[in-house]
Write a protein that binds this ligand. Structure first.
Ligand SMILES: [Zn+2]
Length: 196
């Protein structure tokens, strides 16, 4: 059983994370996102130098089309990212998966499910992994002048998962007896009470 709806009696909260309330955590996550963006931009420029060719009307039109494709795909990606978390939650036995939008960001979560460490790490990292592979394959198969269109989505996928990476890193260092409740807005880690 990777998901339970009732915590054992001897469990208590040991860690709480809410990026909207916890300024220090938010700063660390944003720092990680910025660092990843810079690193991935540098890698991209090495693989495929960024060149803007806007000399003719045709060039300009192609550029506008690419910008529109990036914008629309990125909005679709944000929804698919959360959907991927949701599917993973369901896969591991989540009963009450909910989707929502806070005005700041989209989320998937559950107020009534507690996932064990094994499941939670996979739920947290599912979008990064699945979409990372999809964008990598697309990056290889699309025509060269579409490289940066796909690569921008990949940068969004990886740096946008900074919160998922941060939370996974924290949880991976904690005991495997834990359970996590993630509402999509905040997450709480529960573990056995220490014998006094
Ligand atoms: Zn995520």
């Amino acid at each position: 059983m990777h998901a339970i709806q009732q915590l054992p009696d001897n469990y208590e909260p040991v860690l709480e994370m809410n990026l909207q309330k916890n300024k220090k955590t938010a700063l660390q996550v944003n720092g990680l996102a910025v660092g990843l963006t810079i690193l991935l931009m540098l890698i991209g420029i090495i693989i495929h130098p960024l060149r803007f060719n806007l000399e003719t009307d045709e060039d300009f039109k192609a550029f506008i089309i690419k910008m529109i494709v990036i914008s629309v795909s990125y909005i679709a990606y944000i929804i698919l990212h959360e959907f991927t978390h949701g599917v993973a939650m369901k896969h591991f036995g989540g009963q009450k998966v909910q989707y929502g939008f806070t005005g700041m960001y989209a989320f998937a979560g559950s107020k009534e499910d507690y996932f064990d460490r094994y499941a939670y790490l996979r739920i947290a990292l599912a979008p990064l992994t699945v979409w990372g592979i999809i964008f990598l394959i697309l990056n290889i198969v699309v025509p060269q002048d579409w490289f940066w269109v796909v690569y921008f989505l990949q940068i969004g996928n990886i740096s946008g998962a900074a919160g998922d990476i941060f939370v996974s890193w924290k949880v991976s260092k904690m005991p495997d007896t834990l359970y996590v409740r993630d509402t999509g807005i905040d997450m709480t880690v529960y573990d056995r009470k220490h014998a006094a």
